[in-house]
Each structure stands twice: as structure tokens, then as C-alpha cells.
Design a protein around this ligand. Structure first.
Ligand code: PMP
Ligand code: GLN
Length: 378
């Protein structure tokens, strides 16, 4: 078989989680909570299952959930999507991203990706036959460089992918930055894929600026989010894509022959649970406390924390204590120190090295304390 993705191996997240398990390391690598979500959400899903809500839902998702999503987006970002025609429930953000790319990228189209970035974007674009045009975020701050994005735009550009709050860099786009992007795209028909899966995790009084809240962007954007992140249930794989009706119509053409629908009882449970805004409104404070605990603890180590403005990630610079390449340093951390991390180089196609690794702090306090105790031995 001739591979469609010859460069692709097993994802770094799977590799590091397996290594962590084999060595009994505290797993701060792959991004997922090691604690349970709200039992009320589990109950709502169980009730839906017991109540006989177990057959195919409508193709675009359970109407009550689409309405709940539209209400939430309007309340937070001031833009009203029509739940009937503009919101589609997906099997996690991952499927939403692939489907959005497949529905608009034609062979030969260019897609601008800001690196470092989540590892599915590049292979997804290649599967669509598109060309990945990689533009670096500023190393260290992971802020967008508008001049470089402008320079990367060509008549063949079809799509730009933005991710805020950012994985792995933990930067959060400002309103000015999104407005600058809107200005850049104004004379073009380039579409935007805005990956906002960490939308509720922003710190120190920052606001998450959704592309939905910038009208010139909302008009050309697929906005992607994930209930897995928001409600501590990454294994449920339920997310959504919001986009103007003409874009959503094309999205759904691919979606219906990709997954057709997403599991029914979880959608009903999520719709009921979302009626209470408290859990997502309090998520920022919940994770800020964990971020602060972790950063505080890092002071006793020779690791230098970079900023963490949002997301549940904290990058650290280890150049003061080792010259090892990032992947080797992560292997050393996991097998010798007992704490797993992810090399930043894994988020760059060319394996760019900056002696920085990523930790995930979506963990019980005791897990973070245990990891910090081990890291203090470095
Ligand atoms: N985008 C980013 C930036 C992510 O970090 C993740 C989670 N790893 C996803 C998308 C995928 O989300 P989901 O688990 O809902 O598919
Ligand atoms: N998004 C998570 C991370 O960045 C992991 C997702 C995955 O394992 N594919 O760590």
C-alpha cells in the first residue's frame, strides 16, 4: 500500500504516555485531566441512556444541544449562530478540524498554519491534497507575527488556522491581534479555522477573544471547540463547529459521510448540563490555581517557566541544566526523574529545537506536588 501519510508515525502523545506508564512516571505529558468530571454531568448522560435516547440523533446533532451552544456563544461572544443551520456537533474537535479542512481545501490550495501547532493540522491538510504553509509564532512568547502571516498569503491561500488559547505555547490572542488578522484577510476570500478548544481556560483577568466576536472573522470562520476540555471528559470526544450557514452546509456534506452523527445520550446529557453556566465560567479560576501551584513549585527547580496565559499547559526552558535535544530530555525526564513531558519540537514539522518542553497541569494537586518533588531533584 502506498501511504497517504508517509511521514506520519505514532503521535508523540501516545508515545510519551506509553513511556510514562512503562516507567511509573507522573504523566504531565499528554493533555488530559487525571480527575473526574462533574457527577451531575455523568448522571445527565446516564439518564438519557436509561430514558431510551440511544438511536441516531439528527445528522447535525441533537437540537437542544445546538441551541444550548448557540445560547452560550451569544452570551459570551455576542454573535448569534442559528442552531439549525450554523452549528454542527462533532466527534471531538479533532473530527471538526478534519471535516472543516476537507470541506474547503482543494488539491493545490495553500493553508497557513502557525507553528508550533497541534499535530493533526498538517496531516489533515495533506489528506485534503492541500499544501501546508508554515509560519512560525515568535519563539518564547508564541505570539503571532502579522508581517510574516501577511507575507505568507498568496492567491492560492484558502485557509488560515489559528489556535487560541494556544497548545503548546499557552499564549492567548488579544483582540488587537484578531483585528489585525481580520484586516489582513479583508481583501481576500481566505477562510479561517479558529481552534478554540481551550476557550474557558484564560488567566490573570484575560478574556478569550473568540473569532465569533470579531464580525469580519466570524463571517469567514469555522470555530471549533471541545466539551472534552471544558468538562474534564477528554475521552467522550464530543465537540462542535460553528460557521455561517453556507460554510456549515458544505461542512455537513462531508460530516454526514464522515461520522454521520455523534453519540446521542452524551449530547442530551451535555445539553441539560450546559443550562448551568457556572462550570465553564469557573474553569479559568479552577485552572489558574493549578497553574499557580505548578509555577510556584517550579521555582525550586532549574527549569524556567515561560508564560502561561491560557490552556492547561506550561512550557519550561531547560537550557540551564541540559544540552540534550528536547525528545532526549523528555525521555530522560520520564525514565530517570519520573515525570513525563512533551518536547516542543514535536509541534514543528522540521523539529525546531529551543530547549523547551511542555507540561500539562490538568492534574490533581497531589499529582502536581509529586511531579514537583521529583523535578526538584534535577
Ligand atoms: N485542538 C487542540 C489545540 C487540542 O489541544 C486538542 C486536544 N488535544 C484538540 C484540538 C482535539 O480535541 P478533541 O479531544 O475534542 O478532539
Ligand atoms: N491535545 C492533547 C495534547 O496536546 C492530546 C491529544 C492527543 O493525544 N491526540 O496533549
Amino acid at each position: 500500500l502506498q501511504s497517504r501519510l508517509p511521514q506520519v508515525g505514532t503521535t508523540i502523545f501516545t508515545v510519551m504516555s506509553a513511556l510514562a506508564q512503562a516507567h511509573g512516571a507522573v504523566n504531565l505529558g499528554q493533555g488530559f485531566p487525571d480527575f473526574e468530571g462533574d457527577p451531575r454531568l455523568v448522571d445527565a448522560v446516564a439518564e438519557a441512556m436509561r430514558g431510551g435516547l440511544n438511536q441516531y440523533p439528527p445528522m447535525a446533532g441533537v437540537p437542544a444541544l445546538r441551541t444550548a451552544i448557540a445560547d452560550k456563544v451569544q452570551a459570551l461572544y455576542g454573535h448569534r449562530y442559528d442552531g439549525d443551520t450554523e452549528i454542527t456537533v462533532t466527534a471531538g474537535a479533532t473530527q471538526g478540524i478534519l471535516t472543516a479542512i476537507l470541506c474547503c481545501v482543494h488539491p493545490g490550495d495553500e493553508v497557513i498554519v502557525l507553528e508550533p501547532c497541534y499535530d493533526s493540522y498538517g496531516p489533515n491538510i495533506e489528506l485534503a491534497g492541500g499544501t501546508v504553509v508554515r509560519v512560525p509564532l515568535t519563539p518564547g512568547s508564541f505570539r503571532p507575527d502579522m508581517a510574516r502571516i501577511a507575507a505568507a498569503l498568496t492567491p492560492r491561500t484558502r485557509l488560515v488556522i489559528v489556535n487560541t488559547p494556544h497548545n503548546p505555547g499557552a499564549s492567548v490572542w488579544t483582540r488587537e491581534e484578531l483585528q489585525q488578522l481580520a484586516e489582513l484577510l479583508r481583501p481576500t476570500d481566505v477562510l479561517l479555522l479558529s481552534d478554540e478548544v481551550y476557550e474557558h481556560m484564560v488567566y490573570d483577568g484575560r478574556e478569550h477573544v473568540s473569532a465569533a466576536s470579531v464580525p469580519a472573522l466570524a463571517a469567514r470562520a469555522f470555530i471549533v471547540s471541545s466539551f472534552g476540555k471544558t468538562y474534564h471528559v477528554t475521552g467522550w470526544k464530543v465537540g462542535f463547529v460553528a460557521a455561517p450557514a453556507p460554510l456549515s452546509a458544505e461542512f455537513r456534506k462531508v460530516h454526514q459521510f464522515n461520522v454521520f452523527t455523534v453519540n446521542t445520550p452524551m449530547q442530551h446529557g451535555l445539553a441539560r448540563y450546559m443550562a448551568d453556566p457556572k462550570p465553564y465560567l469557573e474553569l479559568g479560576a479552577f485552572y489558574q490555581r493549578k497553574r499557580d501551584l505548578f509555577r510556584q513549585g517550579l521555582q525550586a527547580t532549574r527549569l524556567r517557566p515561560l508564560q502561561s496565559e491560557g490552556s492547561y499547559f506550561q512550557c519550561v526552558d531547560y537550557s540551564a541544566l541540559s544540552d540534550l535535544p528536547e525528545a532526549d530530555f523528555c525521555r530522560f525526564l520520564t525514565t530517570e526523574i519520573g515525570v513525563a513531558a512533551i518536547p516542543l519540537s514535536a509541534f514543528y514539522a522540521d523539529g525546531f529545537e529551543q530547549r523547551v518542553v511542555r507540561f500539562c497541569f490538568a492534574k490533581k494537586d497531589e499529582t502536581l506536588h509529586q511531579a514537583l518533588q521529583r523535578l526538584a531533584k534535577l
